[in-house]
Every structure is written in structure tokens, then in C-alpha cells.
Write a protein that binds this ligand. Structure first.
Ligand code: APR
Length: 384
């Protein structure tokens, strides 16, 4: 069997790429290791930045993917319990992110692709990339040849590992911070809420009309926070969010979130192109992980379409550099944001604690700093 592009992995990166190629009339086959319900139920990211959302608008997919999504208008930052409101769109001429939980995005992308006749195969095991220059892919019970492979199979996938190690440079950074997240049946906040305090960082985000997702910083190397008694979790949230009346509710999910960064360079080798988490991992501060995955998919879709439809291959060698520039820009932003909200904790060096406060104050006293922060939150424009 042969096709133009084989896409490995049906996460946000692979499904976005599949839809964009389909819209452009490029043949592709998506191979996904897990089953459909696993892919559809995975809860992770929740915000499409302005330019992430524009990818779908430009492709004529906004009705299918983002039509009814609420806009991200306000962020509340509570510093030792004192509220500060940051209205991002007021600083960006109205550009704002939209709130689209990953499960919803993935379900809609999947349905749109399959309903339009897309070839998406679930439960495909033992995928191997046999040849990257004249792509040949084998899997349990099948074999495909293609002009190009898109490695969209996440950090633990096989695509990046199919590149000879001496052809890749990898950068890894451990932020030295633990993050614990719980999903609870507790009324959502009016706005995205972050608490900065000497007790440590905490955040609360709406997850539908009845539920909230909370995040709590913890000291890595100590007791596993998933074993914390619920009362302790609620006490910590009340202290850090500065709200002694925060209503408790049943906790339905407990997870550890990794706070580490990773970048592999370059993002391509011969006719294999890596996109999304297969090439880079970013900390959740700033909510850029999913947006980077979509940005890669958009740049790759343009380059592959030009090559396969118009015979213009110039976008393919440029793909890696274009994506890496945005990746490092967002990595820097995420690290900057991470420091600002975590260095206030009692475990921090006192000098860094003061710097974190200065960084925070600048956002509310210096209009240029506010505009820059809002601009990064909304996302930076696409290169044309
Ligand atoms: N073969 C086939 N599929 C695989 C394999 C494999 N060997 N290994 C992994 N996969 C599949 C996974 O099951 C998953 O569905 O690849 C997909 C990868 O999806 P993600 O890990 O979500 O990665 P990506 O699409 O790059 O999206 C990453 O989205 O969740 C947000 O912020 C988050 O940064 C993250 C971004």
C-alpha cells in the first residue's frame, strides 16, 4: 500500500496535520497505537492561543473545531491572597486565546477527518520506520510506502528514536519543581486563577459548569502528593489561593505533571518530520504545549502541500528552523512565567523571591511589560 504522507500518532499534532492535508487534497494515512476511546478521553491541555485558533480559521475549519469556544478574557493572579486582574485582550487589540479542552479538540478533529473520508487506523502495533529517505513503514499486519513521514507520536513515540542519535542534538532541563493536579467537583472560578504565595504556587481552572482542575506545586523528592489526605490538599489550596472559604468537593482524579523541558534539533531527518511532543516538551505555564504542536502541524502541512501539489520543495528544508524559532521563544516565555509564580515560595532563595515579586509588579505598573505578557499569552503571529 502506498500514500503521500504517513502520519504516526493521532494526538493534537497528528490530527491537525491530517485535517490540513485532507483540506488541501493530499493523501495521508494516520497510524495510532491506542484505541479511539483512549485518544478521545485524554485530558491535558485546554487553551488555544489566538494564532493556534487561527490555523483552523484559515483552513475553513473554525465552525467544526472552535465555533462555540469561550474566549480567554481575564487572568486573576493572587499574590499572598491579594487579587490582581490581568485583562490580556485589552493589551493586544482584542487578540485572545479560546478555551478548548484537549478532549473536545481531539474529538472534533477526529470526527471531521473521518467524516470526510480520512484513513485513520487505531490500535496499530509495532510500527517501525524502516527507511527514512524512501519512506517504508511496517507494523503488525501491514506495510506502507510514502513520500514523507510525519512523526507526531509524542515524547515516547518511535519516530524521534528512528533518527540516528548522532544526527540529533537534544536539550533537556529539569525545573526542579513538582506539580500535582486534581480534578474536583467544586464550583469553577470566574476567571483562570493563579495563587502566588510563600506556601507555594496553586492554580484553579474551570472544567465545565460544575468542576475545577487545581494545580499545586510540591517539593520533588518528598512524599508523593497523590497520597496526601484530601483535607490537606484543600487546606493547601485555601492557603495558596488566599480563600479560606474555597468549597471542597469530591476529588475524581489525581496526577503528577512533569515540569521539564526538552527540545530535539533538528526536527527533521531525510523525509521524516517531527511535530509536537515528539520534538519538544514545554512546561504547562503559559499553556503553549498544544499550541506548539498545532503550529508545527500548520507549517508542515504548508510545506508538504507545496511539495506534493505544487512541486515546490523549498518549505521542507526550512521546516525545522521555522518551528524551532517558535519553540525556543515559547520555552523562554514558559520558563519566565514559571519563575515568576514559583520563586515566591518559602523554599526559594530569598534573592530570587524578591526578583519574582519585581517581575510580578512590573506587569501591573509598566504598560510595555503588560503588553508583552499579553502578547505572549495570545501567541505571536505566524511567519507568512
Ligand atoms: N505508534 C503509533 N502511535 C503512537 C506511538 C507509536 N509507537 N507512540 C505514541 N503514539 C501516539 C499516542 O498514543 C498519542 O495518541 O501518538 C500520539 C501522540 O499524541 P500526544 O502525546 O498528545 O502528542 P502531540 O500530538 O504532539 O500533542 C502534544 O498536546 O496534550 C497537549 O500540551 C500537550 O504538548 C502537548 C501537546
Amino acid at each position: 500500500e502506498t500514500t503521500d504522507v504517513v502520519i504516526i500518532g493521532a494526538g493534537p499534532a497528528g490530527l491537525t496535520l491530517a485535517n490540513l492535508l485532507q483540506r488541501n487534497g493530499i493523501a495521508c494515512i494516520v497510524l495510532e497505537a491506542r484505541d479511539r476511546s483512549h485518544v478521545e478521553d485524554r485530558q491535558r491541555a485546554g487553551v488555544l492561543d489566538h494564532y493556534g485558533a487561527e490555523i483552523f480559521t484559515a483552513a475553513g475549519l473554525s465552525d467544526a473545531i472552535i465555533a462555540d469556544a469561550p474566549r480567554e478574557k481575564m487572568l486573576e493572579l493572587r499574590y499572598e491572597g491579594e487579587p490582581h486582574f490581568f485583562a490580556g485582550p485589552a493589551h493586544t487589540g482584542g487578540r485572545a486565546g479560546v478555551i478548548v479542552p484537549q478532549q473536545l479538540l481531539v474529538r472534533r478533529l477526529l470526527a471531521t477527518f473521518v467524516e470526510a473520508g480520512g484513513d485513520l487506523r487505531f490500535g496499530v502495533s509495532d510500527i517501525r520506520l524502516r527507511d527514512l529517505s524512501q519512506p517504508r513503514i511496517t507494523y503488525a499486519g501491514g506495510e506502507l510506502t510514502a513520500s514523507y513521514i510525519a512523526g507526531c507520536d509524542g515524547f515516547h513515540g518511535i519516530s524521534r528514536r528512528s533518527i540516528p542519535p548522532d544526527s540529533l542534538t537534544t536539550y533537556e532541563f529539569d525545573h526542579g519543581i513538582g506539580w500535582y493536579t486534581v480534578l474536583a467537583e467544586s464550583p469553577p472560578p470566574w476567571h483562570a486563577l493563579m495563587g502566588i504565595s510563600h506556601h507555594g504556587f496553586a492554580a484553579q481552572f474551570a472544567r465545565g459548569p460544575q468542576a475545577s482542575r487545581f494545580y499545586l506545586q510540591y517539593e520533588p523528592g518528598g512524599a508523593d502528593p497523590r497520597d496526601w489526605p484530601d483535607d490537606y490538599t484543600w487546606d493547601q489550596l485555601r492557603l495558596r489561593l488566599g480563600d479560606p472559604n474555597l468549597p471542597a468537593g469530591p476529588i475524581t482524579d489525581r496526577e503528577i505533571v512533569e515540569m521539564r523541558s526538552f527540545v530535539a534539533e533538528p526536527m527533521s531527518h531525510q523525509n521524516l518530520f517531527l511535530a509536537g511532543d515528539a520534538a519538544h516538551i514545554i512546561t504547562p505555564m503559559g499553556a503553549k504545549g498544544m499550541n506548539l504542536a498545532l503550529f508545527d502541524a500548520d507549517v508542515l502541512a504548508r510545506a508538504l502541500t507545496a511539495a506534493l501539489r505544487d512541486g515546490d520543495e523549498s518549505g521542507l528544508p526550512a521546516y525545522s528552523d521555522v518551528c524551532l524559532r517558535r519553540t525556543w521563544d515559547y520555552q523562554e516565555f514558559s520558563r519566565w512565567f514559571t519563575e515568576m509564580v514559583h520563586d515566591a515560595g518559602a523554599q526559594s532563595d530569598p534573592f530570587r523571591r524578591r526578583l519574582a515579586r519585581a517581575r510580578f509588579d512590573r506587569l501591573f505598573t509598566n504598560p510595555a511589560a503588560a503588553a508583552h505578557f499579553a502578547d505572549m499569552m495570545a501567541g505571536t503571529p505566524h511567519p507568512t
